[in-house]
Design a protein around this ligand. Structure first.
Ligand code: GDP
Ligand code: IMO
Ligand code: MG
Length: 438
């Protein structure tokens, strides 16, 4: 039996979607365990290019069973749109996509509140995706959430009425103070306007979603445990990256779910002892979307920035970028228990004469560990760099480590040595097959 968890080692967008699509060829089950459609996982394979927000990225193989775990929060409209897109690409997932009845729903008021809180915080905003993630998880934890199980148990209407009553008070109070014209996410302007929601409208809308998704909604525990008993291979897909974990990221610049490999246990009902391997996906440089400290961030006009240019898969925002920072990578490997690294995007470094890797932090002139620096301190740390000679050759298409330019080999070996984790997989292009296995 094997249960492998794929986690991002950085601030998200490490290439988890690609890694899952690569490993899923050997998996029986592929499962998401945390977060919601704040995730954007890029998959490029023979079926096309996909930005996946909710369904497991292993959906493209007809032999996989795909589970959306109870640890997720689900926006039904986004899920239905995504299912339509995947179906349109010719992928049949009837009878092999399962949605946990325990998963919580993202409601219209969650999206409104996300926008209103961000606006109220002004310059101190988190830079959320405005998908309602924080408010939905807050409701889950404070016993105010709504789940698929509420439709099954016929408690939805009654519980919705209470929530609409409560949330309308907050929305209208906050909304009056908010400006109506500063939101960046499509559709969020109307939602954040502070208008009260109509109970009947929301009730009808969500029953309609439930009717469409009913065939996929199940209690996952028996499915998961039967699979474990039968020694099936599980591949568990993290969303958001380890540095956005609510507890271990730099609060409050985090997301609202536990993202670490350990959350795969509660997010799917898998006993911790069953996890056999943890792979940390690590981009060959650093990126981040949203606010919060990023010690190795480079200014837009830095020559290397052009090669690090990326657009966020969910919100279309420009990703912040900088040199590879191994200080947090080493730390997240410790708290995840990472067995091996999958380094992505090595190909994007070709042509940079001098590469830098951050190997330590200094605060007020003194060396500090990642975990010692909290909150505001992280914004002041100075990165300690080691320089590496770059390479000019295009490495796309290379499938053997020995065929990489010597300096690229040295860069990978340095990542292993500094992080303390072996690099077993290297991405040399965005496509499924562009991987060097060591
Ligand atoms: P995720 O959220 O962790 O799945 O990552 P995203 O999909 O948001 O961002 C990763 C980006 O890197 C996507 O555009 C991928 O297509 C791309 N990518 C992943 N691995 C590689 C690689 O080895 N080389 C190149 N050039 N691009 C890659
Ligand atoms: P994947 O799975 C990168 C960031 C947001 C913001 C913070 C909180 O594609 O790696 P939220 O909407 O979650 O309340 O926003 O978290 N964020 C991500 N950044 N990749 C992601 O997912 C992210 N999911 C959330 O930009 O800074
Ligand atoms: Mg992403």
């Amino acid at each position: 039996m094997s249960v492998t968890v794929i986690v991002g080692s950085q601030w998200g967008d490490e290439g988890k979607g690609k890694a899952i699509d690569y490993f899923a060829r050997n998996a029986d089950f592929v499962a998401r365990y945390n977060g919601g459609n704040n995730a954007g996982h890029t998959v490029i394979n023979e079926h096309g290019t996909f930005k996946i927000h909710l369904v497991p990225s292993g959906i493209f193989y007809p032999h996989t069973k795909c589970l959306m775990g109870n640890g997720m929060v689900i926006d039904p409209q986004v899920l239905l749109d995504e299912m339509k897109e995947i179906r349109r690409a010719g992928i049949d997932f009837e009878k092999r996509l399962f949605i946990a009845q325990r998963a919580h729903l993202i409601m219209p008021y969650h999206k409104m509140l996300d926008g209103l809180y961000e606006q109220a915080k002004g310059a101190g905003a988190t830079g959320t995706t405005r998908r309602g993630i924080g408010p939905a998880f807050a409701d889950k934890i404070s016993y105010n959430g709504l789940r698929w199980a509420d439709f099954i148990g016929k408690t939805f209407d009654e519980r919705l009425a209470v929530q609409i009553g409560l949330k309308n008070k907050i929305i209208t109070a906050l909304g009056r103070k908010s400006s109506r014209s500063t939101l960046d996410v499509q559709g969020a302007r109307r939602l954040a306007s502070g208008d009260a929601l109509d109970y009947e409208d929301v009730r009808e809308e969500y029953w309609n979603y439930y009717e469409q998704l009913k065939p996929y909604i199940k209690e996952l525990a028996p499915i998961v445990h039967k699979g474990l008993e039968q020694n099936k291979k599980f591949l568990l897909e993290q969303a958001m990256g380890s540095l956005l974990d609510t507890d271990w990221g730099v609060y409050p610049f985090v997301t609202a779910s536990t993202t670490l490999a350990s959350a795969a246990t509660t997010g799917l009902g898998i006993p911790p002892r069953k996890i056999s391997r943890i792979i940390g996906v690590t981009k060959a440089y650093s990126t981040r979307v949203g606010a919060g400290p990023m010690p190795t961030e480079l200014p837009d006009d830095h020559p290397a920035r052009e090669q690090f240019a990326e657009t966020a898969a969910t919100t279309g925002r420009k990703r912040r970028a900088g040199w590879l920072d191994l200080v947090p990578v080493k730390f997240t490997a410790q708290i995840n228990g990472t067995d091996a690294l999958f380094v992505t995007k090595l190909d994007t470094l070709s042509g940079i004469d001098e590469l830098k890797i951050c190997v330590g932090y200094k605060l007020d002139g003194k060396p500090v560990q990642f975990s010692e620096v909290e909150g505001a301190g992280m914004a002041r740390v100075e990165p300690v760099y080691r320089s590496f000679r770059g390479w000019q050759e295009d490495v796309r298409g290379i499938r053997k480590f020995a065929d990489l330019p010597k300096n690229a080999q040295k860069y990978i070996e340095a990542i292993e040595k500094i992080s303390g984790v072996p690099v077993r997989f290297i991405g040399t292009g965005p496509e499924r097959e562009a991987v060097i296995k060591r």
